[in-house]
Design a protein around this ligand. Structure first.
Ligand SMILES: [Zn+2]
Length: 317
């Protein structure tokens, strides 16, 4: 009787434990080779949802001489664990470095899964990311992902980047050389782009989406355009966007041209004394190339408002 009770209690407690963590990522998301020893798991487009379980970024890894380097391990512990399983299926080399492209949690909440296996692995990010994540932004992202996925990301905890990098820094890891390219403001004010020199692959973070428009938040249209021009001029040959498919320089060019068109037309409208709602109809014929992109309908208004404020601020510079 006593044993029966104990077993019942243990079972109940195991069920409670299981309920505290969302199930693994469903679906066969496989790493795609984008260059020699460089792999990207291209996530689905769209916002975090119960269906995608918060997986909608492009976790990536590079297999070096004696280790693996990870870029943006995803939007939950579950995404990070999926990435770790995929890496383990291809190599038994340890993960020796992680880069986080910016502050948005859909890119870095997977840090937890890497640290669980490699407690000492350095996680690199922009100087503003770590303090803000630990100052409340991290907890905000954990809650946001839980809400948007109806708790599919349950079990995810904040693990912030703890190594600061800035423009021009060169990081050596696993026999590979990584160059950090940043602009003061771009998609946000926390972005880094990472160029892996051997392969010529550049990880753009959310400075570019490909087939997807991204929210510009605390960033700058002109700064984002400048950042993408830096990427185009970096010598990179393979361009990995924060969301959408990897390709050549056209990834950076297409997104740069979208941002540039929005800003240029909006600024002209501002100078002509127009309100932002009057600018949209003038802009639409210029944006046919991007009209079918995910997020275009929802985010164009936000982009025009941001460009309008930026044009207004530039007027007073
Ligand atoms: Zn972002």
């Amino acid at each position: 009787m006593k044993w029966g009770l104990l077993i019942t209690l243990v079972c109940l407690s195991m069920q409670a434990q299981a309920a505290l963590k969302g199930v693994p990522i469903q679906g066969e998301w496989l790493p795609e080779q984008v260059a020699d020893q460089v792999y990207v798991i291209h996530g689905p487009l769209g916002m975090p949802s119960p269906e995608n379980q918060g997986f909608m970024n492009n976790p990536a890894f590079i297999i070096g001489d004696d280790g693996v380097v990870v870029i943006d391990p995803g939007g939950s512990v579950q995404v990070g664990e999926m990435l770790m399983r995929r890496i383990a299926s291809m190599t038994d080399k340890p993960v020796v470095a992680v880069f986080n492209s910016h502050i948005h949690g859909d890119h870095w909440l997977g840090n937890q899964a890497v640290r669980a296996q490699y407690p000492d692995v350095p996680i690199y990010g922009h100087a503003r990311v770590g303090p803000r994540v630990l100052g409340g932004e991290g907890a905000h992202w954990v809650r946001l992902m839980l809400d948007l996925t109806r708790k599919a990301t349950m079990g995810t905890q904040v693990v912030a980047p703890d190594h600061v990098v800035s423009h021009g820094d060169v990081i050596q890891a696993a026999g590979l050389t990584f160059e950090i390219i940043t602009n003061e403001k771009a998609h946000t004010d926390t972005d880094i782009m990472v160029l892996e020199k051997r392969s010529g692959v550049i990880f753009l973070g959310d400075n570019a989406g490909y087939g997807r428009i991204l929210r510009l938040e605390g960033g700058s249209h002109r700064g984002n355009v400048a950042a993408l021009n830096m990427a185009i001029d970096s010598g990179a040959t393979v361009f990995v966007p924060g969301h959408g498919q990897t390709a050549g320089a056209e990834v950076a060019v297409a997104y740069r041209d979208f941002l540039d068109t929005v800003y240029t037309v909006t600024q002209q409208g501002y100078e002509d004394g127009k309100a932002d709602f009057e600018i949209r109809p003038e802009l639409m014929p210029e944006l046919t190339q991007w009209r079918d992109w995910e997020g275009f309908e929802n985010l164009l208004g936000q982009h025009i408002s941001a460009a309008f404020l930026e044009a207004e601020a530039a007027d007073f510079e």
